[in-house]
Design a protein around this ligand. Structure first.
Ligand SMILES: [Fe+2]
Ligand SMILES: [Fe+2]
Length: 163
């Protein structure tokens, strides 16, 4: 594996770690605002992203590469409301997709078939991730009264297919 593909894969592990921290921050903010449904949804996303990081780490180790951590900025911890929270989640997913795409393009150029295979699973998953994020933005933008907000918070995990 070339240094550039190796760097991109290490960087993607770090993207996943940053997403895990960011979803944890989103979940904490939702707890503080008493949005328990959103909090639980974001907590599950945090666990998933941490798992993605671990998958990249294990893959790198299997290819004889020791993954290294970098210092990262603190994730955003306060939000104007649920729509801003949903937009932050959406940008995390869009950034993750971009990082995975960059890895895949490098793996194609290098004819690194195992990396292509490993990355395809993530490419497939990002379609679902971006779909729920877009739907979350739409649903939060549609909220027009406290009752609707309460109902959406209660049912968000079912709405987004994660329950
Ligand atoms: Fe991820
Ligand atoms: Fe994700």
């Amino acid at each position: 594996m070339t240094d550039s593909l190796q760097d991109l894969l290490c960087k993607q592990a770090e993207h996943e770690r940053y997403a895990a921290a960011s979803y944890t921050a989103l979940s904490l903010w939702c707890v503080s605002e008493d949005y328990s449904g959103f909090s639980s949804f974001f907590a599950k996303q945090a666990a998933e992203e941490y798992q993605h990081m671990s998958t990249f780490h294990q893959y790198l180790l299997d290819r004889g590469i020791l993954p290294v951590f970098e210092s990262q900025e603190a994730p955003k911890g306060t939000f104007e409301g649920l729509t801003e929270a949903a937009k932050v989640a959406q940008s995390l997913e869009v950034n993750n997709t971009a990082g995975i795409t960059a890895c895949y393009e490098a793996a194609l150029a290098e004819k690194d078939y195992p990396s292509q295979n490993m990355l395809l699973k993530f490419i497939e998953e990002q379609v679902e991730e971006e779909a729920w994020a877009a739907k979350m933005v739409t649903l939060t933008e549609r909220l027009d009264c406290p009752g609707a907000l309460y109902q959406l918070d209660r049912h968000i995990e079912v709405e987004l297919g994660e329950a």
